[in-house]
Design a protein around this ligand. Structure first.
Ligand code: SAM
Length: 354
């Protein structure tokens, strides 16, 4: 039987998160309305190529309108407050839920923290990602706060189609069904890992992430279900595994959190740890090259204000070219319709490597 990870929120936390979600829904509607009015005013193809120049031009049109300024104010509030409110909601239930969480620290799954003298890369360490205070490891139970509260009470409800269904969809895109050892890079709280475990029940699943707090939640998620995942606090481009030790290396929305050089290094590391004939399957945010100018601007604007410092650099990369440069063959890459999201790259390590 599956052990319970979730705990009903107290009245105050539930109401506060419901309020944040309703602000999120209003922001979504305001964005769609502003987008429609922008598209009626501008010729997308006549907008400049340069992202900062598009930004200047579109903001000059929008800033005099009250809907846009109210949206900007609402977005600032949402970004600043959603993490803090989720943490407060967690603190209210902490006395009830934390004993249960620690009971799940042991089980078939294992987690190896990094050695004391290990340091995460500066592009991760120095960033408060998504504007969450302290970043990925900013609270002792950030894994629960993010994986259980923010994901379920906010993100899943605000995105059409559901964020968990999409992870299962991506896992099923892998070219084979009979993998025996899978490495997931950027495991975080284990949501894509669950999709991998469901899609490849026979496979041994390994996961790496820089965030110990997220991995702790992944560990408990696995133990609650009796799944023997092997989790490591390690870097996606320096995994420490032996050459040729996996037959699938995969990730779901990791890459946009990395600068371009680190993304290239992740593909090189995936190539190294894959067996000849093994597959790489990476999925991430839409490529700017696939978006029209107004959508490119919305994505870039959202990333710049939303605590995503590497999004522009990452979304501007041609990931298929990066995969080929790392040595992969039969590379296919596409943005899933209708929004070119997620962007998926699949490639194969050749049977013989020169
Ligand atoms: C958006 S989350 C990934 C989402 C996750 N795959 C899921 O399905 O929910 C990004 C994760 O990548 C991790 N990360 C960022 N840079 C990394 C790196 N160089 N190596 C390993 N993990 C990294 C972050 O700590 C974070 O947990």
């Amino acid at each position: 039987m599956m052990a319970r990870l979730d705990e009903p929120l107290a009245q105050r936390g539930r109401a506060s998160l419901e309020f944040v979600a309703s602000v999120g829904r209003w922001l979504g509607k305001a964005t769609r309305d502003i987008d429609a009015s922008l598209r009626a005013q501008v010729d997308d193809e006549a907008l400049p190529e340069d992202l900062d120049a598009i930004d200047r031009e579109l903001r000059a049109r929008l800033e005099p309108t009250s809907l846009y300024t109210t949206r900007e104010f609402g977005m600032e509030w949402y970004l600043n407050e959603h993490g803090r409110i989720a943490i407060e909601a967690f603190e209210e239930i902490a006395p009830r839920v934390t004993p249960r969480l620690h009971a799940l620290d042991t089980g078939p799954a294992t987690l190896e923290p990094a050695p004391e003298d290990w340091r995460a890369p500066a592009y991760w360490q120095d960033v408060w990602i998504h504007r969450m205070h302290g970043g990925w490891d900013g609270h002792p139970y950030m894994g629960y706060v993010h994986g259980q509260l923010i994901h379920k009470a906010l993100v899943d409800r605000l995105y059409p189609g559901g964020i968990f269904k999409q992870r299962r969809y991506v896992a099923a895109l892998a070219p084979k069904r009979d993998y025996s050892r899978i490495l997931e890079v950027g495991t975080s709280s284990g949501q894509y890992t669950l999709a991998l475990a469901e899609t490849f029940p026979q496979a041994e699943i390994f996961g790496v992430d820089l965030s110990l707090r997220m991995l702790e939640h992944a560990l408990r998620t696995a133990n609650a279900r009796g799944l023997p995942w092997r989790l490591f606090q390690r870097c996606a481009h320096d995994t420490g595994f032996a050459d040729a030790s996996f037959d699938l290396v995969t990730s779901y929305i990791l890459l946009h959190e990395l600068p371009a050089q680190a993304i290239e290094a992740v593909f090189q590391e995936a190539f190294r740890v894959l067996r000849p004939g093994g597959d790489v399957l990476m999925s991430d945010v839409s490529r700017y090259a696939d978006l029209d100018a107004v959508r490119r601007w919305w994505a870039d604007h959202g990333a710049r204000h939303g605590g995503e410092p590497w999004w522009r650099e990452s979304a501007s990369l041609d990931l298929a070219a990066v995969a080929r440069a790392a040595g992969f063959q039969d590379v296919r890459a596409w943005g899933e319709p209708p929004l070119s999201y997620p962007y998926v790259v699949i490639g194969r390590k050749p049977e013989t490597v020169a």
